[in-house]
Ligand binder design. Structure first.
Ligand code: CP
Length: 303
């Protein structure tokens, strides 16, 4: 069964099929509060080793609207807290019949770590360290494509703490794969992406970075991946990159503003822009259940 661990697991045909299937679920299933039945009673286990509001709850809803049996164990009350390994936990849940694991983990290495365990259960990565968050990137693509049909001409600016962001890494890979040629990262030098295999134009000036862009994606400072002293210094510096009405004047008239959340209002985006007509943050959330339903279909081989 195909896993969905990173964007590398998807072909462009898979990506197109996921977005189309999400559209189908949005219009024909979720809009009528109905459930898809083809995965009825398949068991899914959500294992969240790191906090989450959007991803955990939208996966839980997606799984419920797929009519699956959903387990979301409180890991602090599981045998993991007694020292059981993640491998043994996964093998135990697999033996109980889990067809799918949805995993969030703070450790960059778990994706590679699980590969040798030979699980027969499919795995979806729900956010891993600073490495990958493929389902969030697919949600963002879904929103972008709803506004811009021709991705090849699009200018996209990813602003903020790109260096520590799993969302940025997945977005850059996904957008490039889908033909976006002008991808910019806008951040101070020490928050720029440093992986050699990500091809982007780097800006440390907001006005230059936002010039003529149709899509602005703001990311928060990933404080949980920084030490405290650095965080205090960076918080002040990152204010330079706060998205304000003034900053957006150089962007394209049709610009849309995205943020994967959680958004630090006043730090990432000025409060006055939170209910702006071109702010699509809640549109991202609104699409998340349908996109994750389609991702589940991909992982279970029934897209
Ligand atoms: N975008 C995202 O992953 O948000 P959560 O941490 O709330 O899941």
């Amino acid at each position: 069964m195909p896993n969905l661990l990173t964007i590398d697991d998807l072909t462009t045909a898979d990506i197109t099929a996921i977005i189309e299937k999400a559209g189908h679920y949005q219009t024909h299933t979720l809009a009528h509060q109905q459930k898809a039945k083809h995965l009825a009673n398949r068991v899914v286990t959500n294992l969240f080793f790191e906090t989450s509001t959007r991803t955990l709850n939208s996966f839980s809803l997606a799984e419920s609207f797929q009519d699956m049996v959903v387990l979301s164990p409180d890991l602090s009350r599981s045998a993991l807290a007694k020292g059981e390994s993640i491998k043994d936990t996964l093998l135990t849940m697999q033996a109980m019949g889990s067809a799918l694991f949805v995993i969030r983990h703070e450790n960059d290495a778990w994706i590679e770590g699980i590969k040798p365990w030979g699980l027969s259960t499919a795995v979806i990565n729900a956010g891993c360290g600073r490495t990958a968050h493929p389902t969030q990137a697919l949600i963002d693509l879904c929103v972008i494509q709803s506004r811009f049909a021709d991705l090849s001409q699009l200018k996209v600016a990813i602003v903020g703490d790109v260096k520590h962001s799993r969302v940025a890494r997945s977005q850059i890979k996904l957008l490039a794969k889908m033909g976006v040629q002008d991808i910019r990262t806008v951040a101070p030098d020490y928050l720029q992406i440093d992986d050699a295999d990500f091809s982007v134009s780097q800006f440390d000036n907001l006005e230059q970075g936002l010039k003529d862009v149709e899509v602005v994606i703001r990311l928060r400072l990933q404080k949980e991946r920084l030490d405290e002293k650095l965080t205090t210094n960076m918080t002040a510096e990152v204010q330079r990159f706060c998205i304000t009405q003034q900053a957006l004047k150089v962007a394209h008239n049709d610009m849309i503003l995205l943020h994967p959340g959680p958004c630090m209002v006043g730090e990432d985006i000025a409060e006055g822009l939170m209910d702006h007509s071109q702010n699509m943050i809640l549109e991202q959330v609104a699409n998340s259940v349908a996109v994750r339903m389609a991702c589940i279909d991909f992982a279970l081989g029934c897209l």
